[in-house]
Design a protein around this ligand. Sequence first.
Ligand code: FAD
Length: 344
Amino acid sequence: MNLEEYKGICVFAQQTDHRLNSIAFELLGKGKELAKDLKTDVTAVLIGYEIMGLADELAAYGADRVIVVDGPEFKEYRAEPYTHALASAIGKYKPEIVLIGATAVGRELGPKVSARIATGLTADCTKLEIGDFPLHTVPDKEQKHNQLLMTRPAFGGNTIATIACPNHRPQMATVRPGVMRTAGKLQGRKALIEEFNPGYYSRKDTEILEIVKAVNETADIMDAKILVSGGRGIGGPENFHLLKELADALGGEVSCSRAVVDAGWKPKDLQVGQTGKTVRPNVYFAVGISGAIQHVAGMEESDLIIAINKDESAPIFEVADYGITGDWKKIVPELTRQLQAVRD
Ligand code: FAD
């Protein structure tokens, strides 16, 4: 394999029902940073049916080029046609890096594409950077420069692994939603838009008979600007209304730790952490949460962290900007009352 043939960063711009998934913008943000280090550009690959209108939005979020694969067979996501389309686009454009969101779609699509084009894939990355590999001088190992260093938690979050793919191209990663920052929107920014036909695809392994959309009664905690998160210290599902009242007073939402989900007090949708969602609100209240590494992994990037815990040695205080030591049952209602008084 001639590694020199591969140039540029490629991101898979996931869309559903003609709406781009926010992970597409996050990947463009990270892609631009990597492209700056490598002095190259960022291409978005957009696959779907009648989706040409989305190309300008990708340009506004930083894509230098948008490759559009448009056809009725791509109307709904199906693994085989999408794998064929993305693998064919990679075969033609030969990017050195391919980023895909670690969404339900991306977790299926990424490994299939990487197998098809015979390269490696690091799944569920939380950090990506350009650097040398091996990281430290290892005797008898040639150090290669400008490699994609892909970092992800391993062994249940007890260690962090940094992985590279020095001998194959492209270097592929799926990236956790909510971890990377978007580059921001620049309305009117233009990209080169190219239509790409991946060629006739005759296999029909799956047929979609019906689509049943999940009805979600709770707001997506990944979109919330303020989160009031409760842990096992809340004591039971009957006490969560006090957190909801604080969240309402602040215009925020309630989220929780895994202990709360495991106890059946709250649905999994609200879980923050390594096996839950990664959140980045302006303010994160951690109430009755000890601050286990797997929880912190999902909220440490919040702009402001306020911890309320009766144990002054709880690890959550190590990541908190403000810490209140005491019984949350006294502190939270008082906080709500004072906020309501200011508001009224
Ligand atoms: P606890 O650790 O029991 O902490 C309760 C806290 O409440 C204590 O600090 C206590 O001092 C405080 N408290 C009690 N009463 C009061 C009171 N009246 N007032 C104030 N404070 C009080 N966890 C997650 O959250 N998210 C994940 O995604 C996740 N993924 C995991 C993945 C793996 C592979 C593994 C092994 C674990 C994972 N965990 C995850 C679990 C994690 O290790 C912890 O067990 C969990 O986060 C603990 O939840 P907690 O802080 O609510 O409960």
